[in-house]
Ligand binder design. Structure first.
Ligand SMILES: [Fe+2]
Length: 165
């Protein structure tokens, strides 16, 4: 993961293929630019102020690299056991990262660290690259609702629940 992030931040922007992006969810245009066993590289673009809702990536590790524009990245972890995606019960999340991403900056997540993330595009929008490393195990993915008001601001604790988009 660290070596992928290290390589990502040294990436020459002009070498990234344009890719074919497809609208998804009304907030992002997204599409693959390269796939190889255990690796998928996904390009995504959002307009000014658009929000990529919070979601997890189990069992995938992800490095997100900002290529153009800017965005705010927030990462979270669930306090206690991770409820199944089918559950609609509310649980507590801790915000673990709050990053202002500009070209050349990256954020990352693993199955056990910072594994829920959300992005809000800056005033010029954002173009970013996700480098996904697939890990053994059954694939699973869900969006979440996370309350904007913290239940404990000092500890960065929030309430949330899994949801379909
Ligand atoms: Fe993601």
């Amino acid at each position: 993961m660290a070596r992928i992030a290290e390589a990502a931040v040294r990436l020459n922007r002009s070498t990234v293929p344009a890719g074919k992006l497809y609208p998804f969810g009304g907030f992002v245009d997204i599409g693959p630019v390269a796939k190889a066993p255990a690796l998928a590289i996904i390009l995504w673009r959002m307009g000014p102020g658009a929000v990529f809702p919070p979601h997890d990536h189990d069992p995938v590790d992800v490095v997100t690299l900002c290529l153009e524009g800017s965005c705010r990245a927030h990462h979270f972890e669930i306090e206690g056991p991770r409820p199944p995606h089918e559950s609609r019960e509310r649980f507590t999340l801790r915000q673990t990262l709050d990053l202002h991403m500009t070209p050349g900056r990256c954020s990352s997540l693993t199955r056990t660290r910072d594994y829920i993330h959300t992005f809000q595009a800056g005033p010029q929008g954002v173009l970013a690259l996700d480098i996904n490393t697939s890990l053994p195990g059954k694939g699973s993915f869900s969006f979440l609702d996370i309350q904007t008001e913290a239940v404990d601001a000092g500890q960065r604790l929030f309430k949330g629940n899994w949801k379909a988009l």
